[in-house]
Ligand binder design. Structure first.
Ligand SMILES: *[C@@H]1O[C@H](CO)[C@@H](O)[C@H](O)[C@H]1NC(C)=O
Length: 209
């Protein structure tokens, strides 16, 4: 038997209104770490830390991809920090594409809201899974796998994505290969593309070397 005062202490600690473990709103003034942001002092937390209003706004698709991603990750939406979830809005003009990319830290659930999108992924055994998705259709991209979305048909498209991490990360293959200073000869070696193609793509994506 535990002594009564000890039991009362235990009970009061269980029932105490401390919410230290309820959430860890990102303190965006401090650097992020591999496990996310540090917690903002709870006395400074407000309801706006738990609200993100940007998903109703059409993204600017006036770019090479004719597409826009509006992230609602913990950097934009501090209340997500530590909760293992996040979201994004995808806008596609006619001909828009989110090229082959990966989110190293998250699986993704994509739901089509407007228009038609051809979406798919490539497994690590190089099987391909892709399908045309219409309004109300959803697809899941398993964590870390290369995947893509392409607008098709005569209407712009909109999709909402949710992720299994507050900071899913994003690496776009064509940007990684052709938007930096990796020497062309090395790019050719590691991709099997020829010199003319690599130089053309470096111009398109702004790479040097
Ligand atoms: C949090 O803020 C309160 C009120 O400003 C302050 O008294 C407290 O020391 C702060 N706690 C930490 C850990 O900084």
């Amino acid at each position: 038997m535990l002594p009564i005062p000890f039991l009362l202490l235990l009970l009061s600690s269980i029932l105490s209104p401390s919410s230290a473990a309820d959430f860890c709103v990102a303190d965006l003034t401090l650097p992020t770490t591999p496990v996310g942001f540090s917690c903002k002092n709870e006395s400074a937390v407000t309801v706006s830390d738990f609200i993100f209003s940007g998903l109703g706004v059409t993204g600017n698709t006036n770019n090479i991809f004719k597409a826009a991603v509006t992230p609602a990750f913990s950097s934009q939406f501090p209340g997500l920090n530590g909760l293992g979830i996040s979201a994004a809005r995808l806008d596609f003009a006619i001909g828009g594409v989110v090229p082959l990319h990966t989110h190293p830290a998250a699986s993704e659930l994509l739901i089509v809201i407007h228009g038609t999108i051809l979406a798919g992924f490539i497994s690590s055994s190089n099987s391909v899974y892709y399908k045309t998705l219409n309004k109300g259709d959803a697809i899941v991209f398993p964590q870390g796998l290369l995947h893509f979305q392409v607008q098709i048909g005569g209407l712009p498209a909109v999709a909402l994505a949710s992720f299994s991490s507050p900071e899913p990360g994003l690496q776009i293959v064509s940007v990684a290969l052709f938007a930096n200073s990796l020497p062309s000869l090395l790019v050719e070696k590691v991709t099997f593309l020829d010199d003319a193609e690599v130089k053309k793509l470096k111009k398109v994506f702004g790479g040097t070397g």
